[in-house]
Design a protein around this ligand. Structure first.
Ligand code: G6Q
Length: 530
């Protein structure tokens, strides 16, 4: 049985704590030089990571390298990709599963890391390709012989956030006329807002639930099926299932097509499985799905390098640990300077906080140090007019990861007062990074900027299907590396169970209530129910 070290058990820990007593001062004249900004840069697939505006030195990087080596972070990542059971708590009943989301995109080398899992992914991709061809050729069409132009993606949590953020990121490249809509919340207004006014006769509905038992998704599926029937349509001609094999949703007679995902793919890591690719393939076409997967695969491969200075996800993870565990920054803002990434922080919130918001180690013992930070964010420049005040002058210190692109997606821009809007966007991005780092003195205390607000910049050429795949995999690997370093199980989510159980008890109590005021009674009554 493998027993992994946490950062606390590492020799480098004390030395890093020592360095954290007087971290690199970005505000000191002559410290934040152009040479530093060029030197502290790590190139990876589709992106460069610029980390000169972090409060670290070469010595800190060496110690973070020692930490990575002692905790065997890369070795664990390699084992994960090759099928070792990583989703477990030693000595306690736990999920005991492999963690193989990377197998969904391990399609571009002759020897995949875990061939059986990749074979399953390939099988589903082949089915998807056939299906998309049939939609394209008109072999799959509505009863009147018309093509499908809309798709409603029904799912929640991991079956919604990743796909939704990817669709928003890439909608600029949609096939002509194709649109995707999302229904997730059990709030009936969510479904109503999508269904009202939509031409259902030309709409496919993809019901996405790995377990096939999720209350919100099953309720929304019933609402959508009812709407289809009310429109005189046969749901079996319009509905697709994306689910686990032999789940309650796995009933091909009720669906036009069924696509499968597997136990080894966690919901929040499932965007490159059929959970994301059915939606993406419909919207953008199969060729773009392959681009997306290849971008992710390249990043996975880069994450296997031992040298932290050359391994972007590992470096991002360790810089995050430096800020969180040693410089005591409780939250992380991910700020994309790309409107298309406006839902990406919401996806990362789940992927990061559900994975690493844990208090016990993988041996069941209490952690005794901080695990995952609070993650949040909004696109720039909008955020600059909202919460950046606190970032610059607040008492709360926030670690920041900026994401930016040199080019815009749609190629529609113009020169206004001597510069294009894309230039204005990038200028603001660089300016914020610098201003946060170096600050500004002023005799008026209210106009003083303390500086030393650490930030990194993930910079790419253009947001495309390929770079989106790489960005997604960058963050997935970062989260996994941090979880390994904290020695938590990043792949379960026991913390969401209690609320679900209580909600079901309240619902049972509500079924017995017909009167006004039943809600409060149910609420109170549930507390006493065994
Ligand atoms: C993600 C979680 C969770 C899950 C949803 C939806 O890692 O497990 O967010 O994705 O609860 O679950 P189903 O896909 O089973 O409906």
């Amino acid at each position: 049985m493998e027993q992994w070290k946490s950062l606390l058990d590492c020799e480098a820990f004390a030395a890093l704590q020592q360095c954290a007593q007087s971290p690199f001062d970005l505000t000191r004249p002559g410290n934040l030089t152009p040479e530093r900004l060029l030197h502290f840069r790590c190139s990876g697939p589709e992106f460069d990571l610029h980390y000169g505006c972090q409060r670290l030195t070469g010595e800190v990087l060496d110690l973070l390298q020692a930490l990575a080596d002692e905790c065997q972070l890369v070795q664990q990542f390699r084992q994960m990709r090759r099928g070792t059971v990583m989703n477990r708590i030693h000595g306690w009943p736990s999920e005991e599963r492999q963690v193989l989301h990377t197998a969904c995109r391990d399609l571009f080398t002759e020897v995949p890391a875990c061939a059986p899992a990749t074979k399953l992914a390939q099988k589903e991709l082949a089915k998807l390709r056939t299906f998309l061809d049939e939609v394209e050729s008109g072999a799959v069409c509505n009863r009147k012989g018309e093509s499908f132009v809309n798709l409603i993606h029904v799912g929640i949590g991991g079956s919604d956030l990743g796909p939704r953020s990817i669709y928003e990121a890439l909608r600029a490249y949609r096939k002509k006329g194709r649109q995707v809509f999302f229904i997730s919340n059990v709030d009936p207004d969510d479904a109503a807002a999508v269904l009202d006014g939509l031409d259902l006769s030309r709409t496919l509905v993809s019901v996405v639930s790995k377990s096939g038992t999720t209350l919100e998704t099953l309720s929304n599926e019933i609402l959508v099926r009812q709407a289809l029937r009310q429109a005189g349509l046969d749901p079996a001609r319009h509905c697709l299932a994306v689910t686990g094999e032999s789940s309650p949703l796995d009933n091909p007679e009720r669906y036009l097509r069924s696509f499968y995902m597997y136990d080894s793919i966690g919901g929040r890591f499932s965007s490159t499985s059929v959970v994301g690719t059915v939606m993406l393939g419909f919207a953008l076409g199969y060729g773009q799905v392959l681009e997306f997967l290849e971008g992710a695969a390249r990043m996975d491969a880069a994450a296997e390098g031992e040298n932290i200075r050359a391994n972007m996800p590992l470096l991002l993870a360790l810089v995050g640990i430096w800020n969180h565990n040693f410089l005591a920054m409780p939250t992380l803002a991910v700020l994309p300077y790309s409107q298309a990434l406006h839902r990406f922080a919401a996806h990362l919130q789940q992927c990061d906080m559900e994975s690493n918001g844990k208090s016990v180690q993988r041996n069941g013992q209490e952690l005794g140090f901080q695990s995952g930070p609070v993650v949040w964010g909004e696109p720039g420049t909008n955020g600059q007019h909202a919460f950046y005040q606190l970032l610059h002058q607040g008492t709360e210190q926030v670690a920041i990861e900026f994401i930016g692109f040199k080019e815009n997606q749609r190629g529609r821009d113009m020169e206004i007062h001597g510069t294009r809007s894309q230039q204005k966007l990038v200028a603001n991005l660089l300016a914020q990074s610098l201003a946060l780092a170096i600050g500004k003195d002023d005799e008026n205390p209210n106009k003083r900027f303390a500086g030393n607000r650490p930030n990194s910049l993930v910079m790419g050429e253009r947001l495309t299907a390929r770079s989106m795949g790489a960005l997604l995999a960058l963050y997935e690997a970062k989260i996994v590396f941090q979880g390994f370093c904290w020695n938590v199980n990043s792949f379960d989510q026991e913390g969401v169970q209690l609320g679900k159980v209580l909600a079901n008890r309240i619902l049972s109590a509500m079924q017995g209530e017909g009167e006004e005021g039943g809600l409060e009674n149910a609420f109170l009554g549930a507390v006493g129910i065994e």
